[in-house]
Design a protein. Structure first.
Lengths: 365, 415
């Protein structure tokens, strides 16, 4: 993770934004990144010098291959949802219902996999369910001009009720039985590398995520469709004048956000082989963390992935620490990701939303 | 356009819809949600298994769940079956009033923030913090007084403690929004998770009742809890608490409509630029309204502890999220919150009746909650429906009045 700030700086300059708010955001981002790296380097040095101290244990945890593997696994649902959020929000539709999309796809994936016996069919089922719910959200916000935040909230609450409801009806419990999981893919030789080997010995969903991050980046930077999405969020009138339907671009972007979030939710439950629907369900705020991840990543797919890795890495380190019995209570360690999200949000502060995000666009005829 | 502007834009649209239209839309949203809920019950009834004898038949097809029974139980059951005799003041109706009382406070909490142009999704967390503080504060104070005097002193004290701590917890996203420009939707959701986590840590550790297996604080003595007057003794309902709730409705209505602070709140909600131009301190209004909103959430927590449980236990029901529905259903009007809270109290209380009478999972009400919010958020949908209906003379007028506000860009000219 030590090369994060350089990449993030690249990611930041890529979109070529050029207003004062951006510069402000850029410096805080650089600051947060710099401080993180400095802290990690200091910790590693201290760990090297005093291997028996707390710093030593932390350094071990950070450089452990298992930590990287866990961070990758934990970042899959968040990063997929964040990519989806970027598509929707860049097009001018704020999709705060990502959490709901993750929940509905996590359940549907297990249900379909259980019925058909195929993991990948289950995956497709999860994506389909999430896309359907996203389509409903699109119709409500784009077609019927509903307030995007309230409608997104409704999507979350509907899924939060519907998934455990369906699980209860079908399985008699908010938690589903377990289904088979797909084995991880090992790249020969590379998988044996220390630490970075975790990158080459992971669940298929991790490779899928890499592909999705690259694909999203490519769409935004290199294709006409990517430019339309950006224009639809920044200057819908110009897009309209150029003869491209803003409504269609927005529908497409929201549906893509449904597909991507669906992949994240399906991967989340299928990697574990079970859906748990008690309380906030197994998704447990990942959709909201995803929103912060893409805000922090400045709407850039690579940036969003890196900030997801930051959150997930933190989560992974806390899991390792728990296993090693460091004297911090489990309940408090568990809330660290949420605290970090608030701190990051407070530091990054004003994120520059696409100009027309949240507004309904009326075609002038 | 910043987040705040958008929020206000949306609010302006909601506020501009005429009162009659809002009542119509809320009612239509409710009816439509119930209808979809009925379909959902039917579909779910096809997906589960039951014996032939248990099944009901509609359109020549057998279903395991009967939506008619479900909604009969949900609504009439919640009112204690007033038409079938044997109605008792200690029955299910008392439970409905108990739920309504709590929803009054969470609904008012969300409504107040909404009026200031702020989406407070953190009422749940503020309620948890207020509840825990009340349970601990009153427990400590109950060793100092006792008897009837104890009740008179401790209940206001408990409400005060809940309000203070809920208010402080509400001030956090307020300060973050005002001074760090952090989006309150995200921060309040995160703070909900944090409140639950910290409460779990404290209640399973230092403050745990050593005599109980559950994660809870030491129970409050009887005199430190709301007295059950007239009815509701077995259902943990106190008419005194409901009285406090109705008082809060009237008080908040008065504050919003007839005081300088209320004016600041309303104008910042509807017209932020004009409010600033007119000398309203926007940052202070944001912090103040979120603090007051948090205090109302904290009082809901205090009520839950001193009226329902008599202790703080982890896993507080989602009154805070239901408060969002109540507030949106009420068009963020305090008086409307009174009606919507009663309505949603029926839904909440009816859930347990449904659970007893049928096999339908109680999460159904969670789905209804989401559907209601979704439909209330899309007045355009109902306007289209109304336009499609023949012979509704008054409707087109309502549409036109709102056209300008909804379009925001010369909608009037388009119509």
């Amino acid at each position: 993770m030590s090369d994060a700030p350089a990449d993030r700086a690249d990611a930041d300059t890529a979109p070529g934004d050029d207003d004062a708010g951006f510069l402000e955001g850029y410096t805080t981002r650089a600051l947060v990144g710099g401080v993180t790296v400095a802290a990690v380097v200091a910790l590693l040095l201290a760990g090297l010098l005093f291997p028996d101290s707390l710093a030593g244990t932390l350094a071990d945890a950070l450089t452990s291959r298992n930590t990287l593997a866990a961070a990758l696994r934990l970042s899959v649902p968040i990063a997929f949802a964040a990519l989806g959020g970027i598509f929707a929000e860049k097009s001018g539709v704020i999709n705060i219902g990502l959490e709901g999309l993750l929940i509905i796809s996590a359940f549907s994936a297990i249900y379909v996999a259980d019925v058909t016996g195929g993991v990948w069919i289950g995956f497709a089922g999860g994506v389909a369910a999430s896309t359907l719910l996203a389509a409903l959200f699109a119709v409500v916000t784009i077609g019927f001009r509903a307030d995007q935040i309230i409608a997104g909230l409704a999507v979350w609450l509907i899924a939060l009720g519907l998934a455990p409801f369906a699980s209860q009806v079908i399985y008699g419990s908010p938690n589903t039985p377990t289904v088979a999981t797909s084995p991880s893919i090992n790249v020969p030789v590379l998988a044996d590398l220390p630490f970075f080997g975790a990158l080459f010995s992971a669940s298929p969903s991790v490779y899928l995520l890499f592909a999705a991050v690259f694909g999203s980046w490519y769409v935004f930077e290199r294709t006409a469709f990517g430019r339309w999405i950006r224009a639809s969020g920044e200057n819908p009138k110009a897009l309209d004048t150029a003869g491209v339907s803003v409504t269609r671009v927005r529908y497409a972007a929201v549906l893509i956000s449904g597909v991507l979030a669906g992949m994240g939710g399906a991967a989340l439950s299928l990697d574990l082989g079970q859906f748990t629907g008690n309380g906030p369900t197994m998704v447990n705020g990942k959709g909201f963390i995803a929103i912060v991840a893409y805000l922090f990543g400045n709407y850039n797919p690579v940036g969003a992935f890196l900030s997801t890795m930051l959150f997930a890495g933190l989560d992974a380190v806390q899991t390792v620490l728990q296993l090693q019995g460091i004297g911090i209570p489990r309940q408090l360690i568990r809330i660290t990701p949420f605290v970090v999200v608030i701190i990051v949000l407070a530091l990054v502060g004003r994120t520059r939303l696409p100009e027309a995000a949240g507004e309904h666009y009326e075609t002038e005829e | 356009m910043s987040t705040a502007d958008r929020a206000r834009d949306a609010l302006a649209r909601l506020v501009d819809a005429s009162a009659t239209e809002r009542v119509l839309i809320s009612t239509a949203a409710l009816v439509l949600s119930v209808l979809i809920g009925a379909v959902l019950v039917l579909v779910a009834g096809r997906m589960t298994t039951c014996t032939v004898g248990e099944a009901v038949y509609y359109f020549g097809t057998g279903f395991c769940y009967d939506p008619v029974v479900v909604f009969d139980r949900l609504f009439l059951g919640a009112l204690g079956d007033p038409f079938s005799g044997g109605w008792s003041p200690n029955g299910q109706f008392a439970v409905t009033l108990r739920e309504s009382t709590l929803l009054l406070f969470t609904g008012l909490s969300v409504a107040l923030a909404f009026r200031a142009g702020i989406f407070n999704i953190g009422t749940q967390g503020q309620m948890v913090v207020g509840a825990l503080a009340t349970a601990l504060g009153v427990l400590w104070a109950s060793s100092l007084v006792s008897g009837a005097l104890g009740t008179v002193v401790l209940i206001p004290f408990g409400l005060f403690v809940g309000a203070v701590f809920g208010g402080l917890y509400g001030a956090v996203p307020g300060l973050l929004k005002a001074y760090a420009d952090a989006n309150e939707v995200i921060t309040t959701i995160m703070l909900n998770f944090i409140a639950t986590g910290i409460a779990l840590y404290l209640v399973s550790g230092v403050f745990k009742d050593p005599e109980s297996a559950a994660n809870q604080t030491v129970p409050l003595p009887e005199f430190a809890q709301f007295p059950a007057l007239l009815f509701g003794a077995q259902q943990d309902f106190s008419i005194v608490a409901l009285g406090f709730g109705l008082l809060a409705v009237v008080a908040l209505y008065y504050v919003l409509e007839h005081t300088a602070f209320g004016y600041d709140v309303r104008t910042s909600g509807v017209q932020p630029e004009a409010a600033e131009y007119g000398g309203v301190d926007a940052k202070r209004t944001v912090v103040a309204s979120l603090t007051l909103s948090g205090a109302l959430g904290g009082i809901a927590g205090a009520m839950y502890v001193m009226m329902v449980l008599g202790t703080f236990q982890t896993g507080i029901p989602a009154y805070g999220f239901d408060g969002i529905t109540v507030s949106i259903l009420a068009g963020n009007n305090p008086l409307g919150v009174g009606v919507a809270a009663l309505l949603f109290g029926v839904l909440k209380s009816g859930t347990t009746v449904v659970q007893f009478a049928t096999d339908v999972p109680p999460q159904l009400v969670g789905v209804l909650r989401g559907l209601i919010i979704l439909f209330v958020a899309m007045p355009e949908f109902f306007r289209l429906l109304a336009r499609g209906l023949p012979g509704t003379g008054s409707k087109p007028e309502a549409v036109a009045t709102d056209g300008g506000a909804a379009g925001d860009r010369g909608g009037e000219a388009d119509e």
